[in-house]
Design a protein around this ligand. Structure first.
Ligand SMILES: C[S@@+](CC[C@H](N)C(=O)[O-])C[C@H]1O[C@@H](n2cnc3c(N)ncnc32)[C@H](O)[C@@H]1O
Length: 280
């Protein structure tokens, strides 16, 4: 629902992604490690063929867009949409194919006269405060029998890379996440994801649950990388803690990682749900 909280939250998301897009691209995109092993699985579930037209929603810096192009060939066409100018600038710079276009749009507010064979959306549905509206837009953009393929992270402790830090930080800084922020875990179980997609009017819903592994290295590296890749507003909140609180927070996070640590190296499981569904 459009309310002032949502608008503030969206502005914050745009600012955040404009800041972190270059770091995100360098660290994750193009590497098929950890959660990004999903890209190939997602594109394969989209059942793309040569000549298809595809919309890559919340395309970011183009991780999925690039793989779509390889499937649809020169006779196909892909459009990447995202609300971050900086992410799109990176995508445009690294993807030069003439049959790839990029445009700045909010997932909850886009409309095309053209209809697509498939819509992809990797690691973004949970960011949309009104995901119902985004799903309705996706459905509208698809041809009859067109395919939606999307990927989301698992909820809570199924992704300890996030939960080890987030659960602990929120104990120390209750307003850590911005006001109006949706529950980022709300699609992180098969049941909840299926419910949302069926409610949006899609059929033939197939959800595959994957358990990938990701090693961020030692605890010291995991902890320092968290700070390094964090958006400024969150880093500022962390920096406001006094030395004692900072030490306690670090200890709390460290304790959460112990069960995933062998010989000083953390190895996290990472649950990912990859879904395909059809517009009836
Ligand atoms: C984790 S990144 C995923 C990017 C890409 N799909 C990938 O797999 O690398 C999330 C992306 O969602 C975008 N995003 C968040 N909220 C959005 C919205 N309301 N409309 C469009 N894009 C949005 C962000 O700008 C960011 O690029």
């Amino acid at each position: 629902m459009a309310n002032s909280n949502n608008i503030e939250y969206k502005k914050r998301i745009i600012k955040t992604w404009n800041e972190i897009a270059p770091r995100y691209h360098k660290r994750w995109v193009g590497k098929s490690t950890g959660p990004f092993q999903s890209t190939q699985k997602l594109v394969s579930m989209a059942k793309l063929r040569r000549g298809n037209t595809v919309l890559d929603l919340a395309c970011g810096t183009g991780a999925v867009t690039r793989q779509i192009l390889a499937k649809i060939g020169k006779s196909g066409h892909v459009i990447g949409l995202d609300s971050s100018q900086a992410a799109l600038a990176i995508a445009k710079k690294s993807i030069k194919e003439k049959n790839a276009d990029f445009a700045i749009f909010d997932a909850e507010n886009f409309e095309f006269s053209q209809k697509f064979d498939a819509v992809t959306c990797q690691y973004a549905l949970f960011f949309f405060p009104n995901a119902t509206k985004a799903l309705a837009n996706i459905k509208k953009a698809l041809k009859k029998n067109g395919t939606l393929a999307l990927a989301v992270h698992g909820a809570g402790d199924s992704v300890p890379y996030f939960s080890s830090i987030l659960d602990s930080v929120q104990k120390f800084i209750p307003d850590y996440l911005p006001s109006g922020a949706p529950d980022l875990d709300r699609f992180g179980t098969k049941e909840n994801l299926k419910k949302a997609i069926v409610r949006a009017g899609f059929s033939n819903v197939v959800i595959k649950e994957h358990k990938f592994w990701y090693s961020p290295g030692t605890f010291a590296k995991y902890w320092s990388d968290y700070h390094k890749y964090l958006a400024k507003p969150l880093r500022e909140k962390l920096d406001k803690l006094d030395q004692k609180q900072k030490a306690e927070l670090r200890k709390t996070v460290l304790e959460k990682t112990i069960s995933y640590t062998r010989n000083g190296i953390i190895r996290f499981p990472w649950k990912v749900l990859v879904l395909s569904a059809q517009k009836p």
